[in-house]
Ligand binder design. Structure first.
Ligand SMILES: Cc1ncc(COP(=O)(O)O)c(C=O)c1O
Length: 430
């Protein structure tokens, strides 16, 4: 998937060689940007006037926000904001340090324990983001020789995994050149098993299987009930990035493992604090104690980068407390999601079936998705379109994301706008 690629370069172009002077470099960058704009891949940012919420303000106009990862509405919840303010007052703005020098407060340790307990894991380690956590995990674990003179590790990775997993694997492979990557077809467990069996007899040191818990372009989840067994049978370490599911899926919001009936049985879970758990920033790795302690020693984004600010730590502690003690936000999110999914289909739109609050509304052509998202913004609905190369050609879509912060009247308003614009563009019948 191109979202994992750094280049926005056009596909065709004569190959060049030699030096690129600095001022020519800027000209090249300008050309690349113009090319991206021409190809409609240039990412434009629409500034919000105020807070992130179910209803937001854009240029003085209210919009139903259907494009954020604020699944539980905690990004702007008074209790979370108050806890963050308490964190500021009590612990200050920043720690001006990495964790092992003088960047650890009791609240950091408390949050790590709370995340681990929430996920049914032994321990957890905080990072500045889940992106950093994923890079740290693969690079630290799979580039160490552990005293083995000659070794090769194999990483089995779902083809649609998030860019941060892809980059973590790249980093590990840059250091440990013999580490192999076997990408299996998306959610195709037969293919995974075939790849695993091809290497059973070989002299492989560590096997890992890496998957997103929920795939963010589709809102579908990995089959963890099977993956847990496959990993155990093949003595492989199962790593699940549950960024879009922690606080979202499962009866108690524990994520994809709970939804799949394997809570506490996944080897390693990585996740973000930047979506359902308050939406600020931060990430973590959770797993067995030796792994987490090893990461504390060896993770470069952990040992060479600042600790999470106290306000975020306190806000996230409160967010987790709220989810642990009261299921109502998780239930409201799940209710809102099934309501929207049912009603958008009743209007005649085609969606990708599922249960996740990511609801891809399938439109086919990129031009239709672009036009529809522009028109919806004018009507009062903020939703983003995705098209090739982010998703396959001919599968352009609007990616709707539902929140517990939406009231039914907000969703009904959004649905009426979808109906109006859908009819204008001939996506649904009159
Ligand atoms: C599956 C997945 N992993 C990791 C990340 C990165 O999370 P963070 O914003 O904490 O770096 C995202 C964010 O979009 C994601 O969807």
């Amino acid at each position: 998937m191109s979202i994992s690629s750094n280049s926005i370069s056009s596909e065709v172009g004569e190959s060049k060689s030699g030096r690129l002077a600095v001022k020519e470099l800027y000209a090249v960058l300008d050309r690349e940007l113009a090319e991206a704009a021409k190809n409609k891949t240039f990412k434009r940012e629409v500034p919000l006037d105020g807070k992130q919420a179910g209803i937001v303000n854009v240029s003085g106009k209210t919009e139903v926000m259907l494009a954020s990862n604020n699944y539980l509405g905690l990004a702007n919840h008074p209790r979370v904001v108050q806890a963050a303010q308490f964190g500021l007052d009590m612990y200050g703005f920043g720690m001006a340090s990495v964790r092992f020098l003088c960047g650890t407060q009791k609240i950091h340790l408390e949050l790590e324990e709370k995340i681990a307990a929430f996920l049914g894991m032994e321990a957890a380690i905080l990072h500045s983001s889940c992106f950093a956590a994923n890079e740290a995990l693969f690079a630290a674990l799979l580039s160490a020789d552990f005293g083995y003179a000659d070794y090769s590790d194999i990483i089995y990775s779902d083809q649609l995994n998030h860019a941060s997993i892809i980059d973590g694997i790249r980093l590990a492979r840059m250091v440990a050149k013999s580490t192999e990557l076997k990408a299996y077809r998306h959610n195709d467990l037969a293919h995974l098993q075939q790849l695993l069996s091809e290497h059973l007899a070989e002299n492989c040191r560590i096997k890992t299987i890496a998957t997103d818990g929920v795939f963010s372009m589709e809102g579908e989840f990995a089959f963890l009930e099977d993956l847990v067994d496959i990993a155990a049978k093949n003595d492989a370490l199962l790593i699940v990035d549950d960024s879009h599911a922690t606080g979202v899926l499962g009866k108690r919001g524990r994520g994809t493992p709970e939804h799949c009936g394997v809570h506490g049985r996944v080897d390693v879970i990585t996740g973000t604090l930047g979506k359902a758990l308050g939406g600020a920033a931060g990430g973590f790795v959770a797993g067995k104690k030796p792994l987490i302690e090893y990461l504390r020693q060896k993770s470069r984004p952990y040992t060479f980068s600042n600790t999470l600010p106290p306000a975020i730590v306190c806000g996230t502690l409160e967010a987790l407390d709220m989810i642990e003690k009261d299921n109502s936000l998780v239930e409201k999110l799940q209710f809102n999601t099934s309501y929207f999914r049912k009603e958008i289909k009743n209007l005649g739109f085609k969606i990708l079936e599922g249960i996740h609050p990511i609801v891809p509304v399938m439109l086919g052509e990129a031009a239709v998705a672009m036009d529809m998202s522009d028109r919806l913004l004018k009507e009062g609905v903020y939703v983003r379109g995705l098209w090739y190369p982010v998703v396959p050609k001919g599968e352009a879509r609007l990616r709707v994301q539902i929140s517990a912060d939406h009231e039914l009247r907000d969703l009904d308003f959004a649905l009426s706008c979808f109906a109006k614009v859908g009819k204008q563009l001939g996506v649904i019948g009159k």
